[in-house]
Ligand binder design. Structure first.
Ligand code: TYD
Length: 199
């Protein structure tokens, strides 16, 4: 299988900590691991990240296209080469964030958002999506520093969470859904089980 694993979930679901813990385990098992985050990870992507998270108002479609542009750059420069040499790629967010946030949250429609992302990814798609669930209230409370998108409020977070749930339901073979409210060791153990089973 390809070793592209995306960590997904609403704000405050604990993706970053889980990604760090999984990277350690994979490295202990002798694998090369690359950790990336979206948006970002390239010079262009970090510039777009700044605009997307801290910049002036952006229309929903411009937002979706900017996330797609940052992702295309990251896949081409970093993710595809890493996968080609056999490394694991652990990504904090992926195209599935765009489907949930822009498709469901911004109501652009998941199919349309999928369509604008596909060409720029040229077939590089997460093999496994670890979806960490947390209630929108709990997630917002855990958020360290709300950015432009993270400060959209409870209704928006609910729509995004529903979007993720729908995606997981549509692709049960790709998604591993874990309750992010459980103690961190249990969350990491559950995610590790899923990776080991597929490795
Ligand atoms: P980030 O600081 O990485 O937050 P988090 O810790 O929640 O991952 O900010 C990323 C923000 O951008 C987050 O609010 C989700 C949003 N986002 C989208 O709306 N669409 C996307 O395609 C991606 C990758 C992120």
């Amino acid at each position: 299988m390809n070793r592209y694993v995306a960590l997904e979930g609403i704000e405050g679901a604990g993706k970053t900590s889980v990604s760090a813990a999984l990277a350690l385990r994979l490295e202990e098992a002798g694998h090369e691991v690359i950790r990336v985050r979206e948006p970002g990870g390239t010079a262009v992507g970090e510039g777009l990240r700044q605009l997307l998270l801290d910049g002036p108002p952006v229309t929903p479609w411009a937002e979706a296209l900017m996330f797609a542009a940052a992702r295309s750059q990251l896949v081409t420069e970093v993710i595809r080469p890493a996968l080609d040499r056999g490394a694991w790629v652990l990504s904090d967010r992926s195209v599935y964030s765009s489907l949930a946030y822009q498709g469901a949250g911004r109501r652009l429609g998941m199919d349309s958002v999928r369509r604008i992302n596909r060409p720029g990814l040229a077939g590089t798609w997460p093999e496994v999506v670890v979806l960490l669930t947390v209630s929108p209230q709990q997630g917002l409370a855990r958020q360290a520093r709300p950015d432009r998108i993270g400060s959209q409020g409870l209704q928006f977070q609910r729509a995004v969470a529903e979007g993720f749930a729908r995606l997981a339901g549509e692709e049960p073979e790709r998604f591993v859904v874990i309750d992010g409210g459980r103690p961190m060791e249990q969350v990491v153990a559950a995610a590790w089980d899923a990776l080991e089973a597929r490795a």
